[in-house]
Each structure stands twice: as structure tokens, then as C-alpha cells.
Write a protein that binds this ligand. Structure first.
Ligand SMILES: Cc1cc2nc3c(=O)[nH]c(=O)nc-3n(C[C@H](O)[C@H](O)[C@H](O)COP(=O)(O)OP(=O)(O)OC[C@H]3O[C@@H](n4cnc5c(N)ncnc54)[C@H](O)[C@@H]3O)c2cc1C
Length: 385
């Protein structure tokens, strides 16, 4: 339960909320609002799982938020395994072991579908109305409320009014103006492998000039392989090509993948619209990737998404919860204090990965020193409390 918020919704004027999107940010926002006494309607456009490119790493901050939302047992029951051995490796070993615990809390690894299914199921059980296959098409301000146009899985459209709207609809949110999608930038790709000589709960981050690949091994021994690569305009290639490039650039990765078999097609996504500050909004609260997208190597995106509920309950509490615009401004203030500095730090590091000389310098100093890597972790990961 979000500390101190049980039943608090009864004291707020706003008591009904629409949450757009059923990823970790949407599930967290819906759950926290429900636990705070709100009526919550969550619309998720997917009817079934279509796969999401992800490193499957739950940082201690994410685990802390799951615990605060009382959802940690549900996620454990879905198969989450504690990360007991983590290492960072340059293009040519040796690996540097890293302690990814923070303030005594463990990190975890879990297939992304299991995380999202278990969270939505838990939210349903807590009394959130979850509508799968329902897409929010438009939001129009009408005095103190929002008119939402929704389209359900049968194609029927309906209008509903909500005083509070939370946009948890991911990196291409309807809350920001549509920009022409660039054809160059950082692309993510991932697939599950079997047959690797790795223990459940082991995590490896391979860094090489021009990108990186993370390996997270699940409870059943299968390994999620997830990479990020930079592509220039006109260089878009199939994911298999990006993977072969990664193996060429990192002999340590090639050696670690020996004996492995890919069990599915590669999934890919990009280019990713990174940002370091919260996107502006004149009404709906933007949470998770809708608010800002951080570099995946930081492994904090799910944690930031799961922080949506606790953060917005704090904003409701601090603003009195009567004027939606005051709630929004309080939320933006809390968000900025908590996330901007670490998103900037992450942006600085991913830029250095693009620059061969900067990367070589970092390899020689940081990558070979477990103490230096360990010192970077709290920069990217907030307190799990
Ligand atoms: C390559 C890669 C690897 C990553 N690895 C990790 C990792 O290992 N650990 C980590 O912590 N983070 C990782 N991240 C980041 C993490 O995946 C994101 O930060 C996280 O998914 C954000 O969650 P979210 O709920 O905000 O958005 P999303 O997970 O994108 O969910 C948004 C949801 O909204 C729905 N939706 C969108 N529009 C509408 C609409 N109009 N109506 C209704 N529903 C809608 C979508 O269907 C979707 O289900 C990675 C990211 C990438 C790109």
C-alpha cells in the first residue's frame, strides 16, 4: 500500500481518474489511485501481448515501488528472480563484478510479459476497471473535466468525462505533438536465448564502441538478450545484422554467447526519443516514458514507470487535490527534483558510447574498475523506498 494514502481519495475533490496505457506506469498509477480511494478506469489499446523490447531488469528502485504498491508478491509469483551476480564487461574481458543492490534491496529479472500481466491482474483484483483493447483517441478540455474519446475492441466509440487524466501511453504519447519520426538514432532489439552456460539471476552488461548488449537470465534458465545500436540515416538493417555487428565488436560477448540458441525472432524498436526533462503538459499528468525517455543502459525506466503512482499520490496530497492544474504543477516539481539529474547523467554516458575516443578512455578507467562502476549506480538509481 502506498504509505499513508489509504482512503485519502475521499478527502480530495477529484475522485475519478482515467489512466491511458497499461504498461508499468499505467498499472502503478491505477493501483496507487485505487489504493488512495479513487474510482479508476484504465484503458489499454492492446488486446494481447505483442512483445516489448526490454532488458527485463528490475532495479532495486523498481522492486521498492512494487513493494510500496503491495504488488511485489504477485510479481514474485509470476517468476521474478533476484539478481545474485552482475557484471559489466568491455569488448575484451575481464568482467568487473558489480553489486546492483541498493540500500540492501535486491534487483530482479523477469520476462516483460509476466511483469505486465501480473501487475494488471493485481490492479483488477484491487478494484481498477481495466479495459483491454480500448484506445484513447482524443482528450478535450471542457471546464474542469476532460472529455475522452475511447474506441473499444469492437470498434465502438464512446465519450466519457474524467476530472483527472493520467497519460501512461509510452514514448509516443498522445500528450505531446506528433513529430516526424526520425530515421536515425538509437535502436533497441531483443530475443530470448537458451543453452547458454549461465545461472538464473545472473546479469551481464557488455559495452563496446557504438552500443551495448545486456543479458539477464530468468528462473527457467533462458536468457533475455537485449541490445542497443546506433544507426545513421539510410543504414537501417535487420536486427540480425545489428546483432552480428555487436558480436564482431565485442569478442567478450561472442565468447559469452557460445552454445546459445535464439528461441524466437528478434524484436526491435527505434529510434528512441531520449529526453532529460519532463515533457510539457497543460492538463493530463504524463508518467513513465510519456513523461520522458531515459537511455535503457541505465536500467531505470521500469523503476521510473513504477514510481508513477506513489509520485502522483504525493502530488495530490501536497496540492490539496482540488485543482487539477495545481496537482499537475506539484507533480512536475516532484518529478523534476527526482529524475532530471540522473537522466542528464545517463544522456552524458550514452553520448560517450557514440564517440570512439571517449569510449576507449571510459573503458580504460571505468570499465576496469568495479569500484568506479559501483559508484555510478546510485547516480542512475534513486532510493528504492
Ligand atoms: C531496448 C530497451 C530496453 C529496455 N530495458 C529496460 C530494462 O531492462 N529495465 C528497465 O527498467 N527499463 C528498460 N527499458 C525502459 C522501459 O522499457 C520503459 O521505460 C518502460 O516500458 C516505460 O513504461 P511505460 O508504462 O511508461 O510505457 P510502456 O511500457 O511503453 O507502456 C505504454 C502502454 O500504453 C499503451 N498505449 C499507448 N497509446 C495508447 C492509447 N492511445 N490508448 C490506450 N493505450 C495506449 C501501449 O499499448 C502500452 O501498453 C528499456 C527500453 C528499451 C527501449
Amino acid at each position: 500500500m502506498v504509505p499513508g494514502l489509504a482512503g485519502r481519495g475521499k478527502n480530495f475533490l477529484i475522485r475519478e481518474a482515467l489512466v491511458v496505457g497499461g504498461g508499468p506506469a499505467g498499472a502503478s498509477a491505477a493501483l496507487a489511485l485505487r489504493q488512495g480511494g479513487f474510482e479508476v478506469f484504465l484503458a489499454e489499446q492492446r488486446t494481447h501481448w505483442t512483445g516489448r523490447v526490454c532488458g527485463a531488469f528490475l532495479a532495486p528502485e523498481a522492486v521498492g515501488h512494487l513493494s510500496a504498491l503491495t504488488a511485489l508478491d504477485a510479481v514474485r509469483a509470476a517468476g521474478a528472480v533476484e539478481v545474485t551476480a552482475a557484471e559489466v564487461v568491455g569488448p575484451s574481458g575481464p568482467p568487473s563484478p558489480v553489486d546492483v543492490r541498493l540500500e540492501g534491496r535486491m534487483a530482479m529479472a523477469l520476462p516483460r510479459q509476466a511483469l505486465e500481466d501480473s501487475l494488471l491482474e493485481y490492479a483488477r483484483g484491487a478494484g481498477v476497471t481495466v479495459e483491454m483493447g480500448t484506445r484513447v483517441l482524443a482528450l478535450l478540455k471542457d471546464g474542469p473535466v476532460w472529455n475522452a474519446t475511447l474506441r473499444d475492441r469492437q470498434g465502438h466509440q464512446a465519450r466519457r468525462r474524467f476530472p483527472l487524466v493520467v497519460l501512461a501511453d509510452g514514448r509516443f504519447t498522445i500528450g505531446s505533438p506528433a513529430e516526424a519520426k526520425p530515421r536515425a538514432g538509437w535502436f533497441g532489439f531483443n530475443a530470448i536465448f537458451t543453452g547458454l552456460n549461465r545461472k538464473p539471476g545472473s546479469l551481464t552488461l557488455h559495452l563496446y564502441s557504438g552500443g551495448y548488449v545486456g543479458l539477464a537470465t530468468f528462473a527457467d534458465g533462458s536468457t533475455n538478450v537485449c541490445g542497443l545500436a546506433w544507426h545513421e540515416l539510410g543504414q537501417l538493417k535487420p536486427w540480425e545484422h545489428a546483432w552480428e555487428e555487436a558480436l564482431d565488436r565485442s569478442p567478450a560477448l561472442a565468447s559469452g554467447m557460445r552454445g546459445g540458441t535464439r528461441g524466437e525472432e528478434w524484436h526491435g524498436v527505434g529510434p528512441l526519443p531520449f529526453s532529460e526533462v519532463i515533457r510539457p503538459s497543460e492538463g493530463p499528468l504524463l508518467v513513465g516514458d510519456a513523461a520522458a525517455v531515459g537511455d535503457p543502459f541505465m536500467g531505470e525506466g521500469i523503476g521510473r514507470a513504477l514510481g508513477a503512482g506513489p509520485l502522483l499520490m504525493r502530488a495530490l496530497s501536497e496540492s490539496g487535490g482540488t485543482d487539477p492544474l495545481k496537482v499537475l504543477r506539484a507533480y512536475e516539481r516532484i518529478w523534476t527534483a527526482r529524475y532530471t539529474a540522473r537522466l542528464r547523467a545517463g544522456a552524458g554516458i550514452h553520448k560517450s558510447l557514440q564517440n570512439r575516443i571517449a569510449f576507449l578512455a571510459a573503458s580504460l578507467t571505468i570499465l576496469k574498475s568495479p569500484a568506479r562502476i559501483a559508484a555510478l549506480l546510485p547516480v542512475f538509481h534513486g532510493s528504492p523506498a
